[in-house]
Write a protein of this length. Structure first.
Length: 444
């Protein structure tokens, strides 16, 4: 009797084991790889758990680290990419040209998650998608949005009685007062000249010459970089650098430059809306970081401009050879649905490319950058368009800008150097060209 009972028990255990391993064997694994930077990965892991709860039989496996490109590169080479990934520092353009990234156009025309009508693409801030187009197709889903603005400590400014300058003449008066009080009016980095490029020179050129100035330059039109607006913007910032940049800026990296701001040794820092989070660990209590627009040039009657982009390392793509592309697409829709997007905003405090995120979910610092979008006529994306497609041109812009701001070359030479590099790229048939279109607010 005992033997019979044991046999029955063993039979039941065996049956359960067979069922268990069968269920595990039938489980669908959705593999996601994330470039883990300042926003971490907790938000994605939470959303993955939520997705599993509404998709029984699906297991989401997440691989997240700051150097995800080192993991992705051999996977793409071997033809075995994950189902969904963010590229990190991996150059996404060549992968798109090689047919290794799935187009999202058809998916974008389908309803959002849980809806039966409408278009998914209408869930997003549309302007953020255009710089990410390659040819006539969308391959990249933007997620985190960055506003490159001028940052300042509102508490310090209020204590000094300083008002945010609206015009260039107001800025010059204020800069002189700041300098007389022992503060550097502007802190920036010489090690990474991209900061003064997208935070100072390019928006100034747009405000002087209009949106077409930048649009033509990004599209490599002959002579575009030698437009008088670029030369004037270069001249303005060369003069400001000589008089109002923080001492030693030439050898400072971005963290060292930002540190001067949060420690009250500099008054203004041109940077992206990642600044408050990036400097949170060293920002003293009482510092109230806020964002403002670059002062305008009202006498020209031109436009207020702002560099706005999405965080390329954490933009999402579906590899063409993904094992479960339909499931990856469903996850993207799920992740960007209102309830899950709220989780991202709450966990990171970041601005998103998704519409309808309540402003109260943003920190006061980040919210101050977000509201600037309503005050500008033009936004442009330098990193995701020009730098991503023409890295050699971007490098020459950065090198020439450092030489300009240190007084080593004239504004005319700065423009000529960049135009020569643009001509090299323009005349090279092996380099693919894309068309960049800047939309002015109020125009279709």
């Amino acid at each position: 009797m005992v033997v019979k009972t044991i046999c029955v028990i063993l039979g039941v255990v065996s049956a359960v084991a067979v069922w268990f391993f069968s269920a595990v064997g039938n489980e669908i694994i959705l593999e996601i790889m994330l470039s883990e930077g300042g926003y971490g990965s907790d938000w994605l892991r939470e959303i993955a758990k939520n997705f599993e709860s509404v998709r029984p039989g699906v297991k989401v496996e997440i691989v997240a680290n700051p150097w995800i490109e080192e993991v992705l590169r051999p996977r793409f080479v071997a033809g075995d990419p994950p189902d969904l990934c963010t590229p990190g520092r991996l150059a996404i353009g060549p992968l798109i040209y090689e047919g290794q990234i799935m187009p999202l156009d058809d998916l974008l025309e389908t309803p959002p998650y849980g809806a039966t009508e409408g278009r998914w693409i209408d869930s997003f801030i549309r302007d953020l998608w255009e710089p990410l187009k390659y040819g006539d197709h969308h391959y990249i889903m933007p997620l985190f949005m960055n506003v490159i603005a001028w940052w300042y400590d509102d508490a310090l400014w209020k204590a000094q009685g300083w008002m945010v300058p609206n015009t260039w003449s107001e800025f010059l008066v204020l800069a002189e007062e700041m300098k007389n009080k022992g503060l550097a009016p502007i802190t920036t980095t010489g090690v990474y000249p991209i900061y003064p490029v997208f935070g100072l020179i390019l928006p100034t050129a747009v405000q002087i010459g209009g949106a077409s100035v930048l649009e033509n330059a990004f599209n490599l039109l002959p002579g575009a970089w030698q437009h008088p607006a670029f030369i004037e913007a270069a001249r303005i910032w060369q003069q400001v650098a000589a008089k109002y940049f923080a001492p030693g800026w030439q050898g400072a990296n971005h963290i060292e430059a930002h540190t001067l701001l949060v420690l009250g040794k500099a008054a203004i820092d041109p940077c992206g809306s990642w600044l408050p989070r990036e400097m949170a660990q060293v920002t003293p209590p009482g510092v109230e970081l806020r964002a403002m627009l670059i002062p305008g040039f009202p006498d020209t009657g031109k436009l207020r401009a702002l560099c706005v982009d999405t965080d390329n390392p954490t933009n999402f793509v579906i590899p063409a050879k993904a094992k479960h592309p339909e499931l990856a697409a469903e996850f993207l829709k799920f992740m960007t649905s209102p309830s899950q997007a709220r989780i991202i905003a709450e966990r990171t405090g970041a601005m998103l490319s998704i519409k309808g995120i309540p402003e109260e979910l943003l920190s006061p610092s980040v919210a101050s950058a977000f509201v600037l979008l309503d005050r500008v006529d033009v936004t442009f994306d330098y990193r995701n368009f020009l730098r991503a497609r023409y890295p050699e041109l971007a490098q020459e812009i950065h090198d020439a800008t450092f030489a300009l701001l240190t007084g080593s070359i004239t504004p005319e030479t700065w423009a000529l150097r960049i135009e020569k590099k643009a001509e090299e790229i323009r005349s090279n048939p092996d380099i693919r060209k894309d068309v960049y279109k800047i939309r002015i607010k109020g125009q279709p």
